[in-house]
Design a protein around this ligand. Structure first.
Ligand SMILES: Cc1ncc(COP(=O)(O)O)c(C=O)c1O
Length: 488
């Protein structure tokens, strides 16, 4: 029942923007107006309604000057018709080509319940074809499809929940890694190792942190604490700066988890879906986790989509009876038809276009060319690493090596960019070479190279040639040019 004030607000003609529940159509922009909006207006809206602080970083990197009008193949086209080479893959969601047709998405639209369920089952059936045997044994192999605004962390939340229930109430402790990134929702934030993201939130305290790739630390933790029931690791750390562990490490992880009855959750959100040159990155080590999560390009670059996949016995222990079946079932947009259709199509394209093999081949070529650059510029490039098309390029920290005269100039820069060449190089690659790269969450000296999996040799050449030309300017000119770009 409305109270008197509300009734007045609703009934009264809208003289101005109504504060409470007006029924007159407010001043809404249309889709056409939204598409035609100028960059300046978009920037103002971003500042006023989205994230004013983030604009600061967008300006530093020059992102605020680009309005993407379209994306096709390896390129974005901006408002001026400039073609920008995409070496970041739209946060990796653009892994398959942008060939999934809106028409096929529309087929599944507007029929949420029945079609969604059928599409979800069909997506699961497809995914099951690609699962390792231990994950495959089940019609329930894929239990959660999430297509919300935050599907990846949601799939990881589902992974944590299924693992916790399978481990049992007497083994609630979770081992996770230093420099891990599993998402920003409240549950997985507890196993995400970034002080910036953790903020001052009240997080779960049943966690044990170990260095990534350190098998002795895991063994010691398991031996010391019998209440540990779950181990969560990214197979290749993305946010940590593209960090790998050896195949032996993963084989020992499997053996230790078997010995101590710990559920191993592999976060394959970033490194899965063919990015590493295998469908799952853990396949390089020939071992299989108990639970895993996929996201990013699972939606074929068209929709937000993620999946949690668990071994049948793990799933059944957690939710296998009629009394437990509904604990993690149903979500309004879980496995909605449109997203499932794009997943079905995306997986088909991945195999029809040999994208996984392409990731392996082009990734090897990219590493080879970058290693040659490292040999050419040892004072600028510190390390080159990665697998498939998940490559990290680490620059030397130059804050200490820069000539004295330039240090005060650098000191006025943002805290995050001081000493970090990656920000300068990323900004100049975009400004002067029409090339988009990205950064890693924790290591500001690392540029992340994760182009769509359709990347060809010519794109690798285009990227490396641009980088070579830029690095040829030398550190001092790069710093000066970056500073100049801030006033241009
Ligand atoms: C390994 C891993 N897990 C989870 C996430 C969270 O995904 P999102 O950024 O879509 O929230 C990411 C994001 O990059 C990731 O790299």
């Amino acid at each position: 029942m409305l109270d008197k004030t509300q009734r007045v607000a609703i009934d009264a003609p809208a003289l101005d923007a109504p504060v409470l529940g007006g029924i007159t159509k407010p001043d809404l922009i249309t889709v056409e107006q939204a598409k035609a909006m100028s960059l300046a207006d978009m920037t103002t809206l971003f500042k006023d309604h989205l994230n004013p602080g983030q604009l600061h970083f967008m300006k530093l990197l020059g992102f605020n000057k680009v309005k993407v009008e379209s994306a096709e193949g390896m390129y974005y086209t901006d408002q001026n018709g400039r073609k920008i080479l995409d070496f970041f893959g739209g946060f990796l969601a653009r892994s398959p080509s942008a060939t999934i047709t809106p028409a096929s998405c529309r087929r599944a639209k507007n029929s949420r319940t029945k079609t969604a369920t059928r599409s979800r089952s069909r997506s699961c059936r497809n995914m099951r074809q690609r699962l390792p045997r231990t994950l495959r044994r089940s019609h329930l192999a894929i239990s959660t499809w999430s297509s919300s605004a935050h599907p990846a962390p949601e799939a990881m939340e589902a992974a944590l929940k299924v693992a916790e229930r399978a481990a049992g109430p007497k083994r609630p402790r979770i081992v996770y890694a230093e420099n891990s990134f599993h998402g920003k929702t409240k549950g997985v934030l507890s196993i995400t190792d970034g002080p910036l993201y953790r903020g001052e939130f009240k997080l779960l305290d049943n966690n044990v942190k170990v260095p990534f790739g350190d098998i002795d630390a895991i063994r010691n933790a398991f031996e010391r604490d019998p209440t540990i029931g779950v181990l969560v690791l990214e197979t290749i750390q993305g946010g940590g700066g593209i960090v790998q562990a050896s195949p032996e490490f993963w084989r020992e992880v499997r053996a230790l988890c078997d010995k101590y009855g710990v559920i191993w959750v592999a976060d394959e959100v970033q490194c899965g879906m063919g990015r590493s040159g295998r469908f799952f990155a853990f396949e390089h080590a020939g071992v299989v986790p108990d639970v895993t999560a996929l996201a990013k390009s699972l939606g074929g670059g068209k929709s937000a989509m993620a999946a949690m996949i668990a071994r049948r016995d793990v799933y059944m222990k957690a939710y296998g009876t009629k009394n437990t079946a509904m604990i993690h079932a149903h979500a309004t947009f879980g496995g909605i038809g449109e997203a499932c259709i794009t997943a079905i199509e995306g997986l088909n394209i991945m195999y029809d276009e040999d994208l996984i093999e392409n990731a392996a081949v082009q990734g090897e070529y990219l590493l080879e060319r970058l290693n040659a650059l490292k040999a050419k510029y040892p004072k600028i490039i510190k390390d080159v690493r990665g697998q498939g098309l998940m490559v990290g390029l680490e620059f030397q920290d130059f804050s200490q090596t820069l000539p004295m005269v330039l240090r005060p100039v650098v000191s006025v820069l943002d805290d995050k960019l001081k000493g970090s060449l990656s920000g300068f190089i990323g900004a100049l690659l975009l400004k002067d070479y029409d090339t988009l790269v990205a950064f890693t969450e924790y290591n500001r000296n690392v540029i992340r190279l994760e182009p769509p999996l359709i990347c060809e040799r010519q794109h690798v050449d285009q990227f490396v040639d641009a980088l070579d030309d830029l690095l040829g300017r030398g550190i001092i000119r790069i710093v000066k040019d970056f500073i100049g770009s801030q006033f241009g």
